[in-house]
Design a protein around this ligand. Structure first.
Ligand SMILES: *[C@@H]1O[C@H](CO)[C@@H](O)[C@H](O)[C@H]1NC(C)=O
Ligand SMILES: *[C@@H]1O[C@H](CO)[C@@H](O)[C@H](O)[C@H]1NC(C)=O
Ligand SMILES: *[C@@H]1O[C@H](CO)[C@@H](O)[C@H](O)[C@H]1NC(C)=O
Ligand SMILES: *[C@@H]1O[C@H](CO)[C@@H](O)[C@H](O)[C@H]1NC(C)=O
Ligand SMILES: *[C@@H]1O[C@H](CO)[C@@H](O)[C@H](O)[C@H]1NC(C)=O
Ligand SMILES: *[C@@H]1O[C@H](CO)[C@@H](O)[C@H](O)[C@H]1NC(C)=O
Ligand SMILES: *[C@@H]1O[C@H](CO)[C@@H](O)[C@H](O)[C@H]1NC(C)=O
Ligand SMILES: *[C@@H]1O[C@H](CO)[C@@H](O)[C@H](O)[C@H]1NC(C)=O
Length: 401
């Protein structure tokens, strides 16, 4: 999202003034790898302990979209690094499913995630599981519209990640900055992380929005996944989506888009700068939902989630006039600004936005000082969002196993 379009210079300056200015152009070569190792991960790990777990992992850097098979390099001992390669593939019915394997050391079919995606049969009615071994895959990945029914299976969101560092400037718009971009329907991701490690901008810098993943395909599900970035981390663009047991980190608008989605049992962790005690400055927002008219059935529903981290943030900002977000049974720490929500300084939106809370707990869930348009939902209203029928789950959502 382009913050410049909204009168939020005040918020930005609060955030930016306190951040360290960094080199902004990260070339896509060794420098970027060093950047990732030496700056990117450190930057993020200071506020996100989970990311420090990635540091010991091997980073596989791949900028060309080739299939490098048989990179079975020998160590000095003469023992192939692939000797211990024993992938735990899921048991599959080969009439309905096929498996492609990605390993950065070249121990199986592909060394990059993109090369595996490229190998998926076009318009296949079968499901293709892309099994991704532990490691950090430094590449930009696109799942085009024609590659339906793809599953990314990682080995845990703390050990397998797809990482890139484009920002809005480099990619000519926030919408194309995603480290991973999914345009295909029926996409599934399990047990891996999506990260954008573009530098956090210095004072006054525009064009630094950096998406970790854009989900523009219908009927997508994410189980046990991590989403790491700062501004605009998770672009829940459009379609019906389900997120379960996920970890989502960001600062401004870090879940944004016009999706119709349920987030269940997820952690939403703000990495906005800590706000001085007594200060009323707000320096971040969890959501920016983009529903544009009353005819759209989109909305973000957070059920049984946790909201915490640093800074002082709103639960949501009205990116478009009919923005719709609800939080149910969610624990919120004191990082939530008492007013809760923001209309982007456009009071005409107060009549049309739908922001609701239901049976939430924690210091941040105190609704006494909420904006006038925030609603305490009743049972009927809440269940229309947290019922799986909100995303027509019975038509498409498969169980995890
Ligand atoms: C990496 O990019 C920088 C800046 O564009 C350039 O100076 C350097 O020569 C490049 N290194 C390699 C190995 O291509
Ligand atoms: C992937 O590797 C497996 C086993 O090593 C092999 O049977 C299969 O044909 C390979 N698939 C592709 C698309 O290369
Ligand atoms: C594959 O995708 C098509 C189109 O989205 C969908 O109708 C079909 O059910 C999917 N098949 C599987 C096995 O998921
Ligand atoms: C984006 O481009 C504008 C205009 O060239 C520049 O002022 C700004 O610093 C750039 N931002 C980033 C994050 O590179
Ligand atoms: C994968 O994700 C599922 C669903 O959240 C979780 O129950 C499981 O423990 C995860 N497995 C690994 C290896 O992280
Ligand atoms: C909720 O906030 C109001 C206003 O700050 C305060 O008076 C009240 O004690 C709070 N309630 C709880 C349960 O903390
Ligand atoms: C819940 O709220 C809606 C909207 O205000 C109202 O129409 C409905 O009657 C309420 N239902 C219950 C059970 O209170
Ligand atoms: C969820 O919605 C379905 C279909 O509208 C309905 O049959 C079911 O009773 C609802 N479940 C709950 C727990 O409200």
């Amino acid at each position: 999202m382009n913050l410049q379009k909204h009168s939020l210079a005040a918020i930005l300056s609060v955030i930016l003034a306190t951040l360290i200015s960094r080199q902004l152009t990260i070339p896509n070569n060794e420098t970027s790898l060093n950047y990732l190792k030496n700056i990117g991960f450190k930057t993020f790990s200071t506020t996100s302990p989970i990311l420090s777990l990635f540091i010991p992992n091997k980073i596989y850097k791949n900028h060309h979209r080739h299939n490098h098979q048989c990179h079975r390099t020998k160590k000095k001992t003469g023992i192939s690094i692939c000797n211990n390669f024993t992938p735990k593939f899921p048991t599959i019915d080969t009439t309905t499913t096929s498996i492609l394997c990605v390993d950065g050391n070249g121990c199986c079919n592909f060394t990059t995630v993109q090369s595996a995606v490229d190998a998926v049969e076009v318009l296949s009615p079968k499901r293709t599981i892309i099994w991704i071994n532990t490691g950090v895959y430094f590449e930009k990945v696109t799942v085009p519209k024609t590659k339906a029914n793809v599953t990314f299976q990682g080995q845990g969101f703390e050990s397998t990640a797809i990482v890139y560092n484009d920002n809005a400037n480099i990619s000519h718009g926030t919408f194309y900055s995603g480290s991973v971009q999914v345009f295909a329907p029926n996409f599934i991701a399990k047990n891996l992380s999506f990260m954008n490690v573009a530098p956090i901008p210095g004072p006054g810098i525009v064009g630094a929005q950096a998406v970790a993943i854009r989900i523009a395909g219908d009927e997508a599900a994410f189980w046990g996944c991590g989403f790491f970035g700062a501004q605009d981390t998770l672009h829940d663009d459009r379609g019906r989506h389900y997120f379960k047991d996920c970890y989502i980190q960001g600062s401004i608008d870090f879940v944004f888009g016009n999706g119709r989605s349920i987030y269940e049992n997820c952690k939403l962790i703000s990495m906005a700068n800590p706000v001085p005690v007594g200060s009323k400055n707000v320096n971040g927002a969890i959501t920016a939902h983009g529903r544009a008219s009353n005819d759209e059935n989109s909305g973000f529903a957070f059920d049984n989630c946790f909201v915490g981290g640093t800074g002082r943030v709103w639960l949501g900002r009205a990116w478009r006039p009919f923005s719709r977000v609800i939080f149910a049974y969610t624990t919120m720490t004191s990082i939530i600004a008492p007013e809760g929500w923001n209309d982007l300084n456009d009071p005409t939106r107060d009549q049309t936005i739908f922001y609701g809370e239901y049976k939430c707990t924690g210091e941040g869930a105190n609704t006494t000082l909420r904006t006038s348009y925030a609603q305490n939902l009743n049972d009927t209203q809440a269940s229309s969002f947290i019922n799986m029928s909100f995303i027509d789950a019975d038509q498409w959502l498969q169980p995890f196993a």
